[in-house]
Design a protein around this ligand. Structure first.
Ligand code: PEP
Length: 252
């Protein structure tokens, strides 16, 4: 049975003290909530990982980095390896976010390496994919999304796929206030599950958690999460306030 997950992506927001405070608030709210139907993860800047790990109960709130290097170690100034991330006690890493693909030129080949590094170091991966507005409008979006998944994930074994969560994030919906309709999102989630079924079989496809991301908030989360192939959300802006984030966590 696949898990429902709501994961926050704080992006480049909060100082360390602010992040520690936010993480504490999220962990307290999760601990006192009754009957939650999803796992909760916070995706924090590298600088925050160790401090946040100390104030959360990792059994209640998972901890994700937002990137890792595509190399093991060595002369890569400014990079942070998957082993370094894992050594903080984090258990997830977000890879392939459209902001990293777009602003930092991350290619499918680099992402394939990053996925391998993450899995080799015991991290679970939240792998992002999604189309631009232009790709949605010119009709190439299904091919684009399929290509992103095939090119960076389909070298993995079925066993390794158990450590992959996929996040569908239409770029035109990220931080814009424009959410994909629940039908648009469901269509792509079903397409992704179909690709997984073709490659790995029905069991892996059924067991893989597929999140929606893009202007998800407490008001639209219930309708999105009610769709059969939407197993939760990757949340940007609305993850920066514990009350808003918990409004999404409790939407199932
Ligand atoms: C994101 O960047 O992963 C995201 C979904 O952002 P937002 O919720 O702000 O659209």
């Amino acid at each position: 049975m696949r898990k429902n997950i709501v994961a926050g992506n704080w992006k480049m927001n909060t100082t360390v003290p602010e992040g520690v405070q936010l993480a504490k608030e999220v962990c307290e709210a999760v601990s006192s909530a009754q009957g939650l139907k999803c796992d909760v993860i916070v995706g924090v800047p590298f600088t925050h990982l160790t401090a946040v790990r100390q104030v959360i109960d990792i059994n209640k709130v998972g901890l994700a980095a937002q990137n890792c290097a595509d190399h093991t170690s060595g002369a890569y100034t400014g990079e942070v390896s998957a082993a370094m991330v894992a050594s903080t006690g984090a258990n997830y890493v977000i890879l392939g976010h459209s902001e990293r693909r777009g602003y930092y030129n991350e290619t499918p080949e680099m992402l394939k390496e990053k996925v391998d590094m993450a899995l080799a170091n015991g991290l679970k991966v939240i792998f992002c994919c999604g189309e631009s507005l232009e790709e949605r409008e010119n009709g190439s979006f299904k091919e684009v999304i399929g290509g992103e998944i095939r090119d960076s994930l389909f070298h993995l074994t079925a066993e390794q796929m158990a450590n992959i969560v996929i996040a569908y994030e239409p770029i035109w919906a990220i931080g814009t206030g424009k959410t994909a309709t629940s039908d648009q999102a469901q269509e792509i989630h079903a397409l992704i599950r179909g690709l997984l079924a073709d490659k790995y079989g029905a069991q892996v496809a059924d067991d893989t958690t597929i999140l929606y991301g893009g202007s998800c908030k407490p008001s639209n989360a219930p309708e999105l999460f009610a769709k059969p192939d939407i197993d939760g959300g990757l949340i940007g802006g609305a993850s920066l306030k514990a009350a808003d984030f918990m409004g999404i966590v409790t939407a199932f």
